[in-house]
Design a protein around this ligand. Structure first.
Ligand code: PLP
Length: 451
């Protein structure tokens, strides 16, 4: 049995079991009649055969044109956005059990709000999550971008300025626009956002508009280079000006320890599907006592015909946020996530090792800061792999082909001028294997590799 065969057996067996499950969902009585029992026995026997490898037919699609996704089982995946969002086995089990629509709502009692649900233990999870981030109040939201949207909705009025980084994620800029605000960029100093640069941008905006920015939102690590920005320095400047600070932890919350109070953040935003081993769409939005009543404001309106009100519902959240499997899966991964952040130093060590190996390839330059403080790194390979691509019949795709042959995936296919990758969560053995693969490919195409 090889890896591919094992993957086939697992998926085929699991899908067959879903058919068995469906039979139960269409049954009336507790006691199964002979016909149903027969159908189930047939499926169970089939599953045994599948698992023993008797049934050899190849399964390509889940259904119709929807392919199986076996990327994580068959490859080492170094896709920069996928590394921290790979699910734990616990989260995958939850997806099977809680997949139905509003599955979280079975035991939703008054006041009918997601964050009060005790079964499964959502309320308790949120308490632990707030403690984990060292913030006062937290809600699960539909991705980091939903966190931005909630905060900008609550804080901005038309024309208000928000300072973002020159490397800000597009979703932050869109959240500001959607709330009627205007985003202005803080320039980089040697690839980084500093407190001083934020201070001078605040002054610039003040001079221009006569008013201070309403919010400053800076990422701890940017998605372009994975550089670490001086969020503490920025928070300090914001405090001096009395401007609230949103800490964007899309690439930090869930992979490294994040202490919101120590940073001096008014809002901490994280991404479940990017860094918390959770499915999309999930994220976290945490805040202080002071700001909780602003961003988690409850409904105020009354129906002019019916007199109805929705008092407990939080307006900017649109009441409940993530209402089923993704939330429960995030909860199931949390014990693992809480432990894994303690091993961040070793992840960074692996990252530095990997970068130093790649830099042994002639003409390769790192675009990210050195030493690495994150597992996401960007490289300029115009004078290494791109030189090969210029004369190769597959052009830039040769690198993708070669990596794929070695069961490595996650780089943008066809791209050889710049590489961006993330080694988060790989074992030492896997990191070494990937580094060796790059060096081997380089040598194969005549690039020299130093030792
Ligand atoms: C990925 C990313 C986001 C968006 O995260 P979602 O959870 O997908 O909304 C925002 N900011 C940064 C810096 C990111 O890297």
């Amino acid at each position: 049995m090889d890896r591919k065969d094992a993957v086939q057996r697992i998926f085929k067996a699991m899908f067959a079991l879903e058919e068995a499950r469906q039979i139960l969902r269409e049954t009336v009585a507790e006691e199964l009649d002979d016909e149903l029992r027969g159908k189930l026995e047939e499926i169970f026997d089939g599953v045994c055969e599948i698992l023993k490898g008797v049934r050899r037919e190849h399964l390509k699609y889940v259904v119709d044109r929807i392919e199986l996704r076996t990327r994580e089982e068959e490859f080492i995946n170094i896709d920069p956005i996928q590394a921290g969002g790979r699910l734990t086995p616990e989260a995958r089990k939850v997806l099977i059990a809680y997949g139905d629509g509003y599955s979280i709502c079975d035991y939703c009692l008054a006041p009918h709000r997601l964050d009060y649900i005790k079964r499964p233990p959502v309320a308790e999870f949120l308490e632990e999550l707030a403690e984990f981030l060292n913030m006062d109040v937290v809600r699960v939201v539909r991705g980091a971008r939903d966190g931005f949207r909630i905060v900008t909705n609550a804080l901005l009025e038309k024309g208000d300025v928000v300072l973002v980084s020159a490397l800000a994620h597009y979703s932050l800029c869109l959240a500001i626009e959607a709330a009627g605000g205007v985003w202005r960029e803080v320039p980089l100093t040697d690839g980084k956002i500093t407190g001083e640069a934020v201070a001078s941008k605040i002054e610039e905006v003040k001079k221009e508009t006569g008013r201070l920015p309403k919010l400053v939102a800076i990422e701890h690590f940017d998605y372009v280079f994975g550089n670490e920005h001086d969020v503490k320095g920025v928070a300090k400047v914001c405090r001096e000006y009395g401007i609230p600070f949103l800490y964007n932890g899309a690439y930090s919350v869930g992979v490294m320890p994040v202490d919101g109070k120590d940073i001096g953040a008014d809002f901490v935003v994280g991404s479940g599907h990017k860094s918390m081993a959770a499915p999309a769409p999930t994220g976290v939005l945490a805040t202080t006592e002071e700001w909780a009543s602003v961003i988690f404001k409850t409904a105020e309106g009354r129906g002019d015909v019916t007199g109805r009100g929705f008092g407990a519902k939080e307006s900017y959240l649109l009441g409940c946020t993530v209402m089923g499997a993704p939330l429960v899966a995030m909860m199931a991964s949390f014990p693992h996530v809480r432990e894994r952040v303690k091993k961040w130093n070793e992840e960074v060590q692996k990252s530095n090792f990997f970068v130093s190996e790649l830099l042994k390839i002639e003409g390769t330059e790192v675009l990210s800061e050195l030493p690495r403080r994150h597992t996401l790194s960007a490289f300029n390979t115009e004078r290494s792999f791109d030189v090969v691509a210029r004369t190769h019949k597959r052009r830039g795709f040769f690198l993708h082909d070669e990596l794929r042959r070695r069961k490595i995936t996650g780089l943008t296919p066809g791209m050889t001028k710049e590489l961006k990758l993330n080694v988060y969560g790989l074992t030492w053995e896997q990191v070494k294997y990937v580094a060796e693969a790059f060096k081997e490919i380089a040598e194969r195409y005549g690039l020299s590799v130093s030792d």
